[in-house]
Design a protein around this ligand. Sequence first.
Ligand SMILES: C[S@@+](CC[C@H](N)C(=O)[O-])C[C@H]1O[C@@H](n2cnc3c(N)ncnc32)[C@H](O)[C@@H]1O
Ligand code: SF4
Length: 268
Amino acid sequence: MYPVEHVTLETTAFCNLNCSFCPINKLRRNSFIMDFRLVQKIIKENPQLTRINLNNWGEPLLHKRLFEIIGYINAQLPDCDVYFATNGRLLNDKRIDALLNLKIREIQFSVDAVGLTYETIRGCDYATTRVLIEHLLERRTGHEPKISIKTVINSGTEMVLEELLKEWLDKVDDIKLQPMMLPKPRKVACPEPFDNHPVVLSDGRVVPCCADYNGQLTVGDAAKDKLIDIWNNEKMENLRTQHNTKQFELPCSLCGEYETDLCKRRFG
Ligand SMILES: C[S@@+](CC[C@H](N)C(=O)[O-])C[C@H]1O[C@@H](n2cnc3c(N)ncnc32)[C@H](O)[C@@H]1O
Ligand code: SF4
């Protein structure tokens, strides 16, 4: 039996930005705002969860009930770590205060570079993003939520990484580097299908991995079935066999990452 201890809920697959390396506006599936009742069902059925990530593709702060969702998780699963990544652009003083009144383990701000490189990637001004993150850091008392910078590494961002580190290393709790996803032939098995971490898309469909952004590998529907049953069903077993025997099919067969010594690969 493969356990489910960690889950990603794609609270929304809509976004307020259109970053240069992100597939968000090319998704071959419909985007939704995740139904609060679906979140409640998943939480009620999974008291064993230790970590909940509230973003997949899309911007979680666009979900009008995001704070209610976090409050609900805090009440139902007080020991479960809640975290999410955000572009930060929808923050304001009211939202910062609301976030600081909830129990959130970590907020990861996606900042891939500083200045003009950031602006070219994200299509929005760097100074505003920096000020918003700094406001949150100033208003935080204590160590939670942990505030991180999350940086996608590719040929453009690795060249200017030093400037980013100079700007943020002393201000935030962590800087997380992750390689950009790239279509490249797979040679080794991916750890994701063997992990304890299903991803629920905004419409309730379950996929084994965030890299399956089009939902091609859909293995079940969280609105109908329990995550633990989906995670151990025949479709998941077939996918694991595919990886154990290296007989990869799409999208796994073309799922690769930018080669870099700066950070670990995520998908094998
Ligand atoms: C898809 S975003 C969703 C959350 C939020 N909108 C944000 O930007 O943080 C989650 C993370 O995926 C990263 N990301 C986007 N496109 C990527 C790609 N092609 N390869 C690797 N990571 C990517 C983003 O930079 C961000 O850190
Ligand atoms: S990386 Fe995040 S902010 Fe940028 S387009 Fe993708 S989902 Fe939106």
